[in-house]
Write a protein that binds this ligand. Sequence first.
Ligand SMILES: O=C(O)COP(=O)(O)O
Ligand SMILES: [Mg+2]
Length: 231
Amino acid sequence: MRRKTFAVDIDGTITENGGGRIHLGALNSLRHMKRLGHNVILVSGRSSIEAYLLGVFGGLDTIGVGENGGCITYGSNDHTLLGNKQQCVEALGIIRTKIQNVTEKPVFPRMTEVVLERTFDISDAQKIIQSTSLDVVLADSQYAIHINSAGIDKTTGFKEVMKKMDIKPEDVIAIGDSETDVPLFKLAKYSIAVGNAFDDVKSHASMVVSAHAGDGVIEALDKLAPTLSEL
Ligand SMILES: O=C(O)COP(=O)(O)O
Ligand SMILES: [Mg+2]
């Protein structure tokens, strides 16, 4: 059996449709892939510690790629930071001088990024950033707006894991729901967009399923199972 690596988003993908709770059926299907000998790594805009702990308790790989790719957690005292939070904080300050309603989202502490509520037009903020020399990027996961250091996206952190585990892109299967997953779709040989993804996200996926969030993960893995070794 050729070992595959599933790079799996959390919110909007392995959650219950529209809710924040983990879809147990989807988690069970991913755990089955792990039991078959494949890697299943969570890659999220949540903190790397949340992704790591979900991997531990969920029976997946005990690695968490979080902060939209800016931080990887391998253990309680083993984190790799790839972004620069200070420049993200500076960018927040500048955006706030020009746009109203820019508020930080009450999330677990971040080591490399700033996480904002989706209460303003991200394109207005991106225009402000482009007019400055700030080396940051903004991305909307449909659950939060992230300010990350330039060059940081989910593939940045995931590539660190690929190096460490000798994973090749042709063995990666990415599963996600939003624009922040598209870089992973482009890196992976095979990618899956769940039914609640927007059309522009679906346009980048190898497979689009109709079911939403966790139900979509089950639908996709059921469809993939017979031909997984040929992917
Ligand atoms: O942005 C978030 O916090 C949610 O992130 P995810 O959809 O990448 O898991
Ligand atoms: Mg998501």
